[in-house]
Design a protein around this ligand. Sequence first.
Ligand code: FES
Length: 332
Amino acid sequence: MKIDDHWAEARIEATRDLSATVREFTLRPVGVNVAPWTVGSHLRVTLSDEGRTLLRSYSLVGLPQDSAREGVYRIAVKRVDPSRGGSRCLWRLGSGAVIRIAGPDNHFELPLGAPFALLIAGGIGITPMLGMALTLAARGTPMRMLYAARSPEELVYADRLRAALGDRLVTFCDSAGERMDLAAEFGALPPEAQALVCGPAPLLQGAQAAWKGAGRAPAGLRFETFGSGGLQGAEPFWVQVSGPRAQRIEVPADASLLQTLSAHGVDVMADCERGECGLCTLEVLELHGEIDHRDVFLSAAEKSENHRLCACVSRVRGGGIVVDTGYRADPT
Ligand code: FES
C-alpha cells in the first residue's frame, strides 16, 4: 500500500549517531509498506513540541532499493541550536517511539540523462546527495561531488561515498580553511552538465551567483535548501499586519514568521517552506531593524531593496516589521 499524502505512523526502529550533531533514524511504517521513492525524495513528519504541532521535511538517505528490501526509511537529522523545535523533538525520541509521516515526495529529482553531473553538498545537505551519488556511480554517469562540512568529523557518510566515488569525491572542511571554488568548477563543466546543490542558503546563493557568472543556462542548476539556516542567529521580533486583521504579533526565535502568522489566524499562501518557491512572499510596508533574508527566491537586488520578504524562512533583527499579507475581506 502506498501512503502518498495520507498520514501514517512509523516506529523509530533504530538510531545511529553519525557525528556529535547528526543522528540517523531508521523508521519502519506501521501497518503499511514502504512506498516506492526516487533519490532526492523527502518525508514529511509531524512532531509534538510543548503543545505545538510541528511539520518538518527530511530527505530520505540511501538508496530506494535498500529501503524497499528492508522495509524502512532512513533520515538523518542535524541537531540545531537554537532549534525551531524539529531537531530538538526528534533527538529526544529513541527506539520504539512512534511518529507520523507522509510521503515520500520528490521536488529534487536527479536528472538521469545528463552527460555529466556535479553534486554539491553543504553540511546536512548531504542527505539527498548520498543516494544521488551512489545512483550515478552505479550507472557509470560521469560525475564529481563536492562536499563541505565544518570539520572532518561532520563529513557524515564520507566513507561510503569515498568507497563508491574514489577521487571523484572532494571534501572541504571549514576548520581547515578549505573552500569550494564554484566559479572554477562551473567554468570547467561540459556544456550540457547539470549541477545539483543542497545545503544552507548561503551555499545556494553562492552557487546561483557563480552559475550565472559562468553564463550557464538556469535550468542546469537544481537545488534544495534548508531554509531555516541564516548567516546570523534567530532572534525574536514583532510583526504588524496591515488591513482588516491589523494586529501586532511577537515572533519567537524558535518559530518562523509564517508559522506565527498562521497560529494567529493570518493566512499566508505557502508551499515549499524552504525559501525556494516565493509563494509566501510578503510586501514590506515598514521596516524597523534589518531583514535577515534567508531565501533563495528573491534576487540579491530585491533583497537589498527590502520591499519583500519570504515569510517561511526570513526574519527581522533588531525590531520588527509591518507587512501586507495580501489578505482582503470578502466584499459583501
Ligand atoms: S513557501 Fe516557498 S518560499 Fe516560502
